[in-house]
Design a protein around this ligand. Structure first.
Ligand SMILES: *Cc1c(COP(=O)(O)O)cnc(C)c1O
Length: 416
């Protein structure tokens, strides 16, 4: 019998680098590996496991719906699909005119948003604006919206028309004209390392897009479903977008995505203009309904807001030279490091039984379950502080050993 890491190295497409562990089960905020080591999971499947692992509401929804009706094709409607569409419209404030398209992932939701922008634009409006450092997915359309050149370069040519502009109101004012079909933005740039937009950006984006007849599309895939302490990131600025895209947290771990359109943008798709065989199937939509209902019932949006403040205040007080600052809102948090040691820190944390993520070499990202309380936060602080000390100790030792030679540099690649 081979060990799992050899199987992974031989059989998996080489897209995500070496896997960090073989995980076998989970419960609440904890997961266990094949050797029964327990980890406190403060990554939450990258802002996905909103209810943690194996939550009874999630387990019950999957089991019941699996035993009732799983898939029928979009020639038919199902109750869970209609219920979820109505729920998303209500939560997003999409109003009576709002409409929902279901996909199976975030990238697919953004593909739908890209096509929405083209339907708005036609030949007269070929331009689509997106932000520098933005991340919108890995399929061809969503990749074209994604800023990072190294992600796009091997796959060029990209679908045409996308321009990446700096995330400032001035840059948007300069770029906006009547040939822009849409602007797509993340309220907080998660993959970039939990980077917030400048204050007032979404409000300015709303008035500029309205003035020029362009769509404002907000990518809420990482920030939605209560993650930032309000239902959606755009709520913090009180605007009404033309469309939002959702995935990650809305399914609590079950693959599902959605495009929600508001107002006149809801009339752009017509029968035959887009589709997905699996999208909106009764199993995925029943689970998302149950997850969102539980977030509402237990006020996990309020918990995300309160626990986020508690965590950020505590992280800012950690006594370590390596912690340079803390960013984010609710339970989407970026810990800025004063040295490019995020990869070493992820490894040190894992050895101590804590899962966190290196969004880039100088940022640790955490996105725990929205259900966390004092116990999980206390344990996180203990383990993370210890991991910081491990890395600090290693660095001091390395520097001592190499006073005559060059100090060793850590070079951890991207998380995605
Ligand atoms: C994760 C993410 C995506 C891509 O979602 P997938 O489900 O991985 O395709 C798109 N946009 C944002 C903001 C994301 O965080």
């Amino acid at each position: 019998m081979t060990v799992w890491s050899e199987d992974a190295a031989r059989d998996l497409v080489l897209n995500a680098g070496e896997r960090l562990a073989l995980l076998t089960r989970g419960e609440g905020s904890y997961v266990w590996d094949g050797d029964d080591n327990r980890y406190l999971d403060f990554l939450g499947g990258i802002a996905v496991n909103a209810l943690g692992h194996a939550h009874p509401v999630f387990v019950d929804a999957v089991s019941r719906q699996a035993a009732t009706l799983v898939h029928v094709s979009n020639y038919f409607a199902t109750r869970p699909q209609l219920e979820l569409a109505a729920r998303l419209k209500r939560l997003a404030g999409a109003g009576i005119d709002g409409r929902v398209y279901f996909s199976n992932s975030g990238a697919e939701a953004n593909e739908a948003a890209f096509k929405l922008a083209r339907l708005r634009g036609g030949a007269e409006r070929p331009r689509i604006l997106a932000l520098e450092n933005g991340f919108h997915g890995r399929t061809m359309g969503s990749l074209a919206l994604t800023a990072k050149k190294t992600m796009r370069a091997p796959f060029e040519p990209m679908p045409a028309g996308v321009e990446h502009i700096p995330a400032t109101i001035e840059a948007l004012e300069a770029a906006m004209d009547d040939r822009v079909a849409a602007l797509i933005v993340e309220p907080i740039q998660g993959e970039a390392g939990v980077v917030e937009l400048p204050d007032g950006y979404l409000a300015a984006a709303r008035s500029l897009t309205l003035a020029h007849g362009a769509l404002l599309i907000v990518d809420e895939i990482q920030t939605g479903a209560g993650r930032t302490g309000s239902w959606f990131g755009f709520n913090h600025e009180g605007i009404t977008p033309d469309a939002i895209t959702l995935a990650k947290g809305i399914g609590g771990g079950f693959p599902i995505g959605a495009l929600v359109t508001f107002g006149a943008a809801s009339a752009l798709f017509t029968p035959g203009s887009h589709g997905s065989t699996f999208g909106g199937n009764p199993l995925a939509t029943a689970v998302a309904n149950a997850v969102l209902a539980e977030i509402e019932r237990s006020d996990l949006v309020g918990n995300a807001a309160a626990r986020g403040v508690q965590l950020r205040e505590a992280i800012a007080k950690i006594d370590s030279h390596l912690v340079g600052g803390v960013r984010g809102r609710g339970l989407l948090i970026g810990i800025a490091l004063s040295a490019p040691v995020a990869g070493d820190l992820v490894a040190a944390a894992q050895r101590r039984g804590l899962i966190v993520n290196a969004a880039n070499p100088e940022t640790i990202r955490i996105a725990p379950a929205l259900t966390i309380g004092d116990a999980e936060i206390e344990e996180f602080l203990t383990l993370f502080t210890a991991a910081l000390a491990d890395v600090q100790g290693d660095r001091t030792a390395t520097e001592r050993e190499s006073t005559e030679s060059m100090p060793a540099m850590s070079d951890q690649g991207d998380s995605k």
